[in-house]
Every structure is written in C-alpha cells, then in structure tokens.
Design a protein around this ligand. Structure first.
Ligand SMILES: NC(=O)c1ccc[n+]([C@@H]2O[C@H](COP(=O)([O-])OP(=O)(O)OC[C@H]3O[C@@H](n4cnc5c(N)ncnc54)[C@H](OP(=O)(O)O)[C@@H]3O)[C@@H](O)[C@H]2O)c1
Length: 217
C-alpha cells in the first residue's frame, strides 16, 4: 500500500511511518522545513516538501496522485487561533479536495476526542481549536471519500502498549502517540472500516483486534 502522510514529522506521523514501512508499505511524508526531510527519512518514509497553507489544492493533488491512502495528522499545535484555522481547519478542507482531485479515496483523519478539556478551565484558544476540529470532521463526513476519523484522548509521549479502547463512543482517557499510530496502521489495513468516527484511548484490546472488530470481522 502507498500511503501519503500529511503531518509526517509529528508525534503521531513518525511512528506511523515506522510501522507502515516495517510491514512493507510505502510511506511518503510531507514536510515544510528542509531540516525535517531527515527526520522523515529516519522514520522510514520518503520526504516530499509541501505546505497546507501555501500549496493550492491542485499542487497538493499533484503530490497525492498515485497513492492508495492519505493520513492527515497535521495540526497547528497551540500556535494560535489563526494557524489553527489555517492548518487544522482550512488545511483539512484543502487536503480532502486534493485527495478527491487526485482520485485517492481512502482518507484517515486524526481529530480530537469531544470530551477533551472538560476536566480543566478552558481558554478561548482551546474552544476555538475544538470548534475547528469539529467543523473539519463535519466537512470530511460530507465528502464522498472513504474516510475514517480517529478521535484520540490526550496524547502521551510514553511508549505504546499496543492495547487500546476503540469504539463509536467510549469514556475519556489518554493514549500514547505510538498507539494512535498503531491504530491508524490497523485502520489502513481494514478496508471494510469506512465512514466511521472512532474514539480512542488506552485500553485492553490489541489494536489489530480493535480495528477488526469495528470493521465487523
Ligand atoms: N495534543 C493532544 O493531546 C491531542 C489530542 C487529540 C488529538 N490531537 C491531534 O492529533 C494530531 C496529531 O498530533 P501530533 O502530536 O502528531 O502533532 P504534532 O507533533 O504537532 O505534528 C503535527 C504535524 O503537522 C505539521 N504541520 C503543521 N502545519 C503544517 C502545514 N501548514 N503544512 C503541512 N504540515 C503542517 C507539523 O509540521 P511542522 O513541524 O513543520 O510544524 C507537524 O509535523 C493533531 O492534529 C492534534 O490536533 C492532539
């Protein structure tokens, strides 16, 4: 399988590339800064330059042509409301349009768990982030793409366990980035799992089993 990663140099993107290439898939990782090419190469993917803000839909579509799937894990990462709108919001809209134009139907998006932030005092920026993420999900749901939206709980940098809780609705929790990557890897290899929104936290079910169960196997 040929997978195009948007957000490849990030905390979820890098372990995902490692998993994909370890199982013999081809991963290409889009990056902005020239220095990130090496980071992406180290994760096993092939780097290609690109920017969700500056590239046009046609430019993105040209990069996506010939791939089997797009994985979108890009995000503004708390750098301000304007960038959140441009990357997590408009960037997703552009990427989905580019995938459609390039004929790449499979599209996996990492969004956010709707209960995020409930246990702490919120801020205008966080509320904006949650709204933009929800609007991006709603946009993708309305497309004709073969989408899966993964909504992880709080992301952790600790090593993955390979064990998750994944379902249409679950209680809130946290999850290592490596386990989010492992779940996306499993989703990409469960073609019957399509047009669903999945909530994801750490749990007790092996990732492959969790994805297979959701796919009805
Ligand atoms: N933090 C949490 O607890 C949490 C919880 C649930 C969901 N999420 C979501 O999970 C997703 C993945 O998280 P993560 O930890 O992997 O994020 P991350 O480490 O911040 O990675 C995000 C990636 O997006 C890239 N990016 C930013 N702007 C871009 C642009 N204009 N064009 C192309 N790429 C761009 C970044 O590249 P640069 O290095 O060039 O900036 C980076 O590689 C995010 O969408 C986040 O909102 C986070």
């Amino acid at each position: 399988m040929k997978v195009f990663q948007i957000g490849a140099a990030g905390g979820v993107g890098r372990p995902l590339a490692r998993l994909l290439t370890a199982r013999g898939d081809e991963a290409t990782g889009m990056h902005r800064a020239p220095a990130q090419a090496e980071v992406i190469r180290e994760s096993g993917a092939t780097p290609v330059t690109g920017d969700l803000i500056h590239d046009s839909v046609a430019e993105l579509a040209a990069k996506l042509a010939g791939y089997d799937a797009v994985v979108f894990t890009a995000g503004a990462h708390g750098t301000g409301m304007e960038l959140t709108t441009a990357i997590d919001g408009d960037g997703l809209v552009k990427a989905a349009a580019a995938a459609a134009e390039a004929g790449v139907r499979r599209f996996v998006l990492v969004s956010v768990f709707p209960d995020a932030g409930r246990d702490r005092e919120t801020s205008e920026g966080f509320e904006h982030y949650m709204r933009v993420k929800k609007d991006a999900d709603a946009h993708l749901v309305r497309t004709d793409l073969d989408w899966v939206i993964v909504r992880p709980g709080t992301l952790l940098d600790e090593p993955g366990t390979g064990l998750v809780s994944a379902d249409l609705a679950i209680g809130y929790g946290s999850v290592p980035r490596e386990d989010v990557a492992a779940f996306i890897d499993a989703v990409l290899h469960e073609p019957a799992l399509s047009r669903v929104i999945v909530e994801l936290t750490s749990g007790t079910t092996p990732v492959g089993e969790a994805a297979a169960r959701l796919a009805g196997r």
